[in-house]
Design a binder for this molecule. Structure first.
Ligand code: FMN
Length: 459
């Protein structure tokens, strides 16, 4: 064994440039959790500990995100790391522009961009409006982008400069300067691309063993073709809930690791204690795949906690009805009664009134389309159930546990077993920064131990 003073430091894992650029202690990121589950307190705790976390802006009104940014800023020192999640919004594209206006007004320097299929003008505007010429002729980047991606065709867009046609449109509209438009061709769209394998929440169910090496090679191919000076770093997310998994990710060549599920079962996360108690009990088989409410029509999936909740089976049933029936009127009477009583807790008419009220203010064209298209109306009514069930878990309505929608994956179960019998067995002691410290410290120890074992065997 090595001398203790020569032991591998957790601060030496991953890429040194990552730590320097983000101003963090570790090549470690706590990924965003929408609807403010990655709350202000959660971000503040991480920032004060020198660890990067992203505020969970997905699903929140812009005003709520604005107040969160101000609160976080007021609570941390200048230069302490934090960012905001920029979740692609396929239903309300205007919401993306609103968010970018806010990010620019508040001078937010870092975003986690996720759920993108194609880079949108709003995302490109955020990135390019932060470019300037350095004294040495290089490109200075004031708006850092960490893209979270599970498909190569999406990843390749972030390894390369943004689409020239989008940049040109932004230049003509005066959203970026002529100089920024020129510089856009000289830098990749993202600084960091996190390869997301099977995870809690939205998931394409990929495997890290294939995804990370694939993205690294794709990155190198695109760098060779474009000749860009900046090397885009590759991270690994999905399934990381133990030191063993984090060590494996670094061995795969990840420049940094990102955790998700484990950070929800912490005192700072914006989720009810009832739901956290459920998560702390979870074992490996306790997760299931359900449709994603925000991308219901295109069949996207989320991974959720199954133990203690019927949400996954109910949501899958609604999706099956959507897939096979022409409209709400075609739902058999018996099924309709069950849905109204057990799932929605109110009539479909009441759900529609509420939904129509929301869209009348936010997106009247969507509403008009749904009124003319019964299948779209059915999707909008069913989507209400998903929002409702997420809210129930956040608020902790114990009598409604059967409908709790709790995004989570097996990393949570692995962490529960790892922490069993330790000072962090009780989730009330798993502060989000303490968890990161413990994970990285044990990852370094384990990494060293395994390498040492190989060296010894090799003689
Ligand atoms: C409750 C929950 C909510 C999430 N919400 C978001 C989100 O709004 N935006 C996002 O980019 N990722 C979101 N994620 C994904 C995480 O940021 C992270 O990428 C993922 O959880 C990593 O995989 P793991 O759960 O296996 O650790 C969410 C994850 C969970 C568990």
């Amino acid at each position: 064994m090595r001398e203790p003073d020569r032991a591998l430091s957790p601060a030496a894992l991953g890429d040194a440039g990552f730590r320097a650029d983000h101003g963090v202690r570790y090549a470690y990121v706590a990924g965003a959790m929408g609807n403010g589950i990655a709350s202000e307190e959660w971000v503040i705790r991480l920032a004060r500990a020198g660890i990067l976390g992203f505020f969970g802006a997905g699903g929140l009104p812009t005003g709520r995100t604005a107040s969160a940014i101000r609160r976080i800023r007021a609570a941390i020192a200048p230069g302490q790391p934090f960012g905001v999640n920029f979740l692609h919004n396929p239903v309300l594209p205007a919401a993306e522009d609103e968010l970018v206006d806010l990010l620019l007004a508040e001078r937010v320097q870092e975003i986690e961009a996720s759920a993108f299929i194609r880079a949108t003008p709003a995302l490109v505007r955020y990135r390019v409006s932060g470019l300037s010429r350095r004294a040495d002729g290089g490109v200075a980047i004031a708006h850092r982008v960490m893209a979270k991606v599970s498909r190569p065709e999406v990843a390749r867009q972030f390894f390369a400069p943004p689409e020239a046609a989008i940049v040109e449109r932004l230049r003509r509209a005066g959203a970026v300067t002529d100089e920024q438009a020129r510089l856009a061709a000289l830098a990749p769209l993202a600084d960091d691309v996190c390869a997301e394998a099977d995870s809690g929440g939205h998931t394409d169910r990929r495997v890290a063993y294939t995804l990370v090496p694939h993205f690294r090679r794709l990155r190198d191919e695109i760098a060779a073709a474009t000749g860009l000076a900046q090397r885009v770093r590759i991270g690994s997310a999905g399934g990381i809930g133990t030191p063993d998994a984090a060590a494996a990710a670094f061995m795969l060549g990840a420049d940094f690791v990102m955790t998700g599920s484990i950070n929800q079962c912490t005192p700072e996360a914006g989720l009810s204690d009832t739901a956290k108690d459920m998560l702390a009990q979870a074992d490996l088989p306790d997760f299931d795949i359900a449709p994603a409410g925000d991308m219901f029509e295109i069949g996207a999936k989320v991974q959720v906690l199954k133990r203690g909740s019927l949400f996954a089976s109910r949501a899958n049933r609604l999706y099956e009805l959507y897939r096979t029936l022409p409209d709400l009127a075609a739902i058999p009477a018996e099924t309709l009664r069950e849905i109204e009583e057990r799932y929605l807790g109110r009539s479909i008419d009441a759900v529609w009134q509420e939904t129509a009220g929301f869209y009348a203010g936010r997106a009247p064209a969507e509403l008009a389309e749904a009124e003319a298209n019964p299948r779209k109306k059915m999707a909008m009514v069913f989507r209400w159930y998903f929002v409702h069930c997420g809210r129930l878990a956040i608020d902790g309505r114990a009598d409604q546990r059967a409908n709790f929608q709790i995004h989570s994956g097996p990393a949570m179960a692995a962490a529960n077993r790892w922490l069993k019998g330790t000072s962090l067995e009780d989730w009330r002691r798993r502060n989000v920064d303490v968890l990161a410290d413990r994970l990285m410290a044990e990852t370094a120890r384990l990494f060293e131990e395994r390498l040492e074992a190989v060296r010894l065997r090799a003689g």
